[in-house]
Design a protein around this ligand. Structure first.
Ligand SMILES: [Fe+2]
Length: 459
């Protein structure tokens, strides 16, 4: 059951909307004006607002705008009698969570509300996960570091280097974040290693080595029930594999070793060599460089040894007795890379025209084109996008399918839907599937597209 506030100056319509939504199990409150609604919103918690658009005093669109600044996460579904493109387009730009045109069927209103509530829940959950995963990772890492004073700060330091190596490799932001989590958690399995082995102040014998070498598998199993940290598991399991296949636990070799694990293996070793350990002095920077060169291509992936050596040479990576330290980089002088735009359009002529319009609207935009749902879905998941423009009809399906994939992957990505003429229902459907805006392909649609894209990307 959700708490819903319904705003309509016409009593009959307000009652009707309340009745329909009450029948769907929601807890309803009514307000006869936007002003009254704002007062109610100050004192009570609501999960969603359903508002009329045309009202005396503050209009539904103005209310929407006010709520966007005061209560950005509160979804607003607009009910409009004037089912014009204009209202629809304004509602989209101002961030409405749904739109229902009068006259509406009961099921239609209920579906729009259910949809908006579900999307709001999903983005709340995603936010929670994004915040929770790093916190959980740090807590687990602290549990390891607390047992061994020499490890204090080790995970954070090596994670900083692993992140830098991943960035230099040009990996997308979400992979870099997974590598950061994996780096922080890499030794989490040491929780299962007894003190007499973990903290032994002298060299380990064969049996003790065997015990300590179980920590990657223990860590992997430990994380298995935690969906939030699933991406880090291959790094935890494989951070002691060697490029030549002589590592553990699975004796993987070369590129069969997950990329993140190869990065963390180098970063971990550099950090361990440069910091004070239980029964070993830290190596000097010269010794570390020599070790890296000697074991490149046997213990470690030569590509990441090379990147590490470059960081040491440029002075960005400092190796001191307190462990490694990455120096603050001077702000990038190079202009930011162009915006990455995904264009999904099967028609060659339109694709060329739209590409030109996008290039006019967005300076230095890099535009990737897909001509089918299948190809678009592949691209949608493979890279980070700043904007997507999606045609409605595609040879192997509908643009809505692409919208669903894009939305699931990135809840905040601006997406413009291109629709045929006179198809308001299509626009509403696109909107329900998470489109941020739509442009009808009429005679002047390229100008409209240019304008919309500019304002969406600027927002
Ligand atoms: Fe380890």
């Amino acid at each position: 059951m959700s708490r819903i506030l319904v705003i309509d100056d016409e009593d009959v319509i307000r009652m009707l909307v309340m009745e329909i939504l009450e029948a769907a199990g929601h807890d309803m409150t009514g307000a006869e004006s936007a002003e009254r609604a704002l007062t109610l919103l100050e004192d009570a918690e609501f999960d969603l607002v359903v508002s009329d658009v045309v009202m005396p005093g503050l209009s539904g669109l103005e209310l929407l705008e006010t709520l966007r600044t005061r209560r950005a996460s509160l979804p607003v579904v607009l009910v409009t009698g004037a089912g014009t493109y204009d209202t629809l387009s304004q509602a989209l730009t101002r961030g409405a969570a749904g739109l229902v045109t009068k006259p509406f069927a009961h099921a239609e209103l209920q579906a729009a509300v259910a949809d908006a509530l579900e999307r709001a829940n999903r983005s709340r959950e995603e936010l929670r996960e994004r915040l929770l995963a790093p916190t959980l990772a740090s807590a687990l890492a602290n549990a390891i570091e607390a047992r061994d004073e020499y490890l204090h700060g080790h995970c954070e330091r090596l994670a900083a280097l692993a992140v830098r190596l991943a960035e230099l490799q040009g990996l997308p932001a979400d992979e870099v974040e997974t590598i950061r989590l994996g780096a922080i958690l890499h030794d989490v399995g040491k929780i299962g290693i007894p003190d007499r082995v973990l903290l032994k102040p002298s060299a380990l014998d064969t049996e003790e080595r065997r015990i300590i070498e179980t920590h990657p598998e223990i860590g992997d199993k430990l994380l298995a029930p935690l969906d939030l940290l699933a991406g880090a598991r291959p790094i935890v399991r494989h951070h002691h594999e060697r490029w030549d296949g002589a590592g553990y636990p699975d004796r993987l070799a070369g590129e069969a070793i997950p990329l993140g694990a190869r990065i963390v293996a180098v970063a971990d070793s550099i950090e361990v060599m440069s910091s004070r350990q239980l029964y070993r002095r830290p190596s000097s920077p010269e010794e570390i460089v020599e070790e890296l060169r000697n074991c490149s291509g046997t213990q470690w992936d030569p590509a990441f040894v090379e990147l590490s050596l470059q960081l040491i040479e440029s002075g960005e990576l400092e190796l001191g007795a307190e462990g490694l330290r990455l120096l603050e980089r001077a702000p990038d002088e190079t202009p930011p890379a162009g915006l990455a735009v995904l264009l999904v359009e099967d028609d060659d002529v339109h694709a060329r025209l739209v590409t030109n319009a996008l290039e006019r609207a967005l300076d230095g935009a890099v535009i990737a084109r897909a001509a089918s749902v299948a190809r678009a879905s592949e691209l949608a998941l493979g890279s980070e996008w700043s904007l997507a423009v999606v045609d409605y009809v595609l040879p192997d399906g509908l643009g809505m399918q692409v919208l669903d994939t894009l939305r699931a992957n990135d809840p905040t990505l601006p997406i413009v839907m291109l629709t045929g003429q006179g198809s308001e229902e299509t626009a509403i459907e696109a909107f329900r599937h998470g489109a941020s805006d739509y442009v009808v392909k009429d005679r002047d649609y390229l100008d409209a597209l240019e304008r919309r894209v500019r304002s969406l990307v600027a927002a």
